[in-house]
Design a binder for this molecule. Structure first.
Ligand SMILES: [Zn+2]
Length: 225
């Protein structure tokens, strides 16, 4: 029985590495898959992991119709045993519905990989629809770590070293935009997310070595704005 599975986690938890490993395992058993991704940090039409591995992939645009792509692939005489869909949080709700239809009507396994919530702690549309429709949601067990060493559960957006909680939902990181602002992402534990205490802020706050370890109580939770 084919399944729609959502492998979810924070950034840096090894999702793309697992996606590549899964593709490798299927190929080793002579199974044929289609790989999709969106806004990969290495550029268009490539699925890459932070460990340095990468493979070619179909780039998902908002206009892409998964059903059409897969049916077209099959009617041209090609095989498809499974789909691997990375960065699925960025897909539209309609695209997740297309993936569910591929599972149900074509009997093809669809494995989606993605983060759940954005830098404001709100669900991405693709992740939300996957929670609603997936046969299984699997939370990845390779825990990303906050700078304090606790398990990181939240994705923070950092602009020029300062954590922000407002702005566009999707801004690709590690890029210095024309405005010369540097957008980065950092995974934090909830405690430090709520206190807006990213690693840079923590370093600044503990500049004198004798106040280490950093005392949480001196960084109260900022009021909601
Ligand atoms: Zn922490």
């Amino acid at each position: 029985m084919a399944e729609l599975v959502f492998f979810s986690g924070t950034m840096d938890c090894g999702k793309s590495t697992l996606a590549l490993q899964m593709d490798h395992n299927h190929r080793a058993r002579s199974r044929v898959g289609l790989i999709f991704t969106k806004l990969d940090r290495m550029g268009e039409s490539v699925l890459s992991s932070r460990l340095g591995l990468s493979t070619e992939a179909h780039e998902v645009t908002d206009e892409l119709d998964f059903w059409d792509v897969v049916v077209d692939h099959l009617t041209h005489g090609h095989r498809a045993d499974y789909l691997i869909c990375d960065e699925a949080q960025f897909y539209t709700a309609e695209q997740i519905e297309q993936l569910a239809r591929i599972v149900d009507e074509l009997g093809i396994d669809v494995n989606c990989f993605g983060i759940t919530a954005d830098f404001r702690t709100e669900l991405f549309p693709g992740a939300k629809r996957l929670f609603e429709l997936a046969d299984r949601v699997q939370v990845l067990q390779v825990a990303a770590l906050c700078w304090c060493g606790a398990r990181a559960t939240h994705n923070a957006r950092i602009i020029d070293g300062v954590m922000v909680v407002e702005g566009e939902q999707v801004v690709v990181g590690d890029t210095a935009a024309a405005s010369a602002t540097l957008v980065e992402y950092e995974v934090l534990c909830r405690r430090h997310y709520m206190r807006r205490m990213n690693s840079h802020a923590a370093r600044m706050a503990s500049a004198t070595p004798d106040v280490l370890p950093f005392d949480l109580d001196v960084c109260p939770v900022p009021p909601r704005d």
